[in-house]
Write a protein that binds this ligand. Structure first.
Ligand code: GTP
Length: 351
């Protein structure tokens, strides 16, 4: 299977959910339609044939439709064919009722609402075309009459359709939109977090830096860039898994050892950033030394003598023109530490 193919089981699960939802809605819909249609047909003295067809449509069809979709190689396409049959049946029953106004209007509006909410104009247009076919083919069988009478019994039997089905449709739509909203949150989170290290990625860091830089115009803030020392050597000597382990351990330290208002993030490769809002350079140094000390406790099973070290650069927000300048200053401070022997902290000084 090519690597870019979506997970088959996930697609099947989604299709199963769709079929189940259609099955339940169809069962409810055909049963609720059965009541007023049977009432009108009985009042009009209909023969056994339309009555039998109505019983089939009301009580057997939802199960047959589900079976057809489940057995099909393309269940979703089969379900769209079933929807076409539903629309034909809708038009046919309106015609066979002699366009009896109340149930006809309710059945037609529910069909319109259902299709529009499921597939917009495209599905609605298709459904209306099938509805018209059903109507045109069956109307001659009812003598092309208009049956204008609505009895109290038909009125009462139309009520459940005009209330219960609308409520069920709204509940189903709400559940779908809630799932979509949750999915959107999940996707947003995935797009802004580094899944490997569990830290915000560069995209989120940039947003946060911009906000923090604006906020720091009233109150001084510090920015710390930390770079893992000699990660290439760790990779070369002990393998990339060991390097990954070091990066994950540093990320965990940053998450655990920074304050509630601090913002640790991944800058790229083996570089991290911590935004330290509302603190002075001295306080930032204290945070930095704590992080370096914790990092020195990281051990590798491959070498008992291994000691991890970090180089850190601090820059205050004061005097910087924008957050790019702020970040560049902290990066320059790290570069200086790297040149001077690593495993230490330095600051960029004011701009
Ligand atoms: N294991 C691992 N290595 C990585 C990852 N991302 C980047 N690297 C490696 O980290 C190294 C970073 O390069 P440098 O920062 O120039 O090298 P360094 O060995 O850390 O040297 P100094 O920063 O000067 O101490 C490169 O060899 C990258 O291949 C990663 O996700 N996992």
């Amino acid at each position: 299977m090519p690597y870019f193919f979506p997970d088959e089981s996930h697609v099947r699960e989604r299709s199963d959910r769709f079929l189940r939802r259609m099955y339940l809605m169809r069962m409810l819909g055909t049963f609720l339609c059965f009541l007023p249609i049977a009432s009108v047909l009985e009042e009009r003295g209909a023969s056994w044939l339309p009555i039998s067809l109505l019983v089939f449509n009301g009580f057997v069809w939802p199960h047959v439709a589900m079976m057809i979709s489940r057995r099909s190689k393309k269940p979703n396409q089969a379900e769209f064919r079933n929807l076409a049959f539903d629309a034909i049946a809708g038009g046919a029953w309106v015609a066979l009722m002699g366009v009896c106004p109340l149930p006809s209007a309710v059945i037609t509006s529910i069909l319109i609402a259902d299709r529009f909410s499921a597939g917009g104009w495209r599905l609605l247009r298709r459904a209306m075309a099938f509805y018209c076919i059903g109507f045109i083919v069956c109307w001659p069988f009812s003598g092309m009459t208009f049956y204008t009478e609505v009895t109290v019994r038909t009125l009462w039997l139309t009520l459940p359709l005009s209330t219960l089905y609308i409520i069920a449709l709204s509940a189903a739509n709400y559940s779908i939109s809630r799932k979509l909203r949750d999915k959107q949150h999940e996707l947003e989170k995935t797009a802004l977090m580094d899944p490997f290290l569990g830290l915000p990625n560069r995209r989120l860091l940039d947003r946060r830096l911009m906000l923090e830089f604006e906020r720091s115009r009233q109150d001084l803030s510090c920015l710390m860039v930390l770079d893992v020392d000699d990660l290439k050597m760790v990779n070369d000597l002990f393998g990339r898994e060991a390097g990954d382990y070091v990066l994950r351990s540093v990320a965990t330290i940053l998450r655990q050892e920074t304050g509630e208002h601090d913002f640790p993030a991944l800058l790229g490769d083996d570089e991290f950033v911590v935004i330290l809002p509302g603190i002075s350079e001295e306080e930032a140094y204290a945070v930095g030394y704590r992080l370096l000390l914790k990092a020195s406790e990281i051990r590798l099973s491959q070498d008992a003598g291994f000691q991890c070290s970090l180089s850190a650069g601090i820059a205050t927000s004061r005097g910087r023109e924008d957050y790019h300048q702020w970040l560049a200053a902290a990066e320059r401070a790290v570069a200086t530490i790297k040149q001077n022997g690593k495993n230490s902290i330095g600051s960029a000084g004011r701009a």
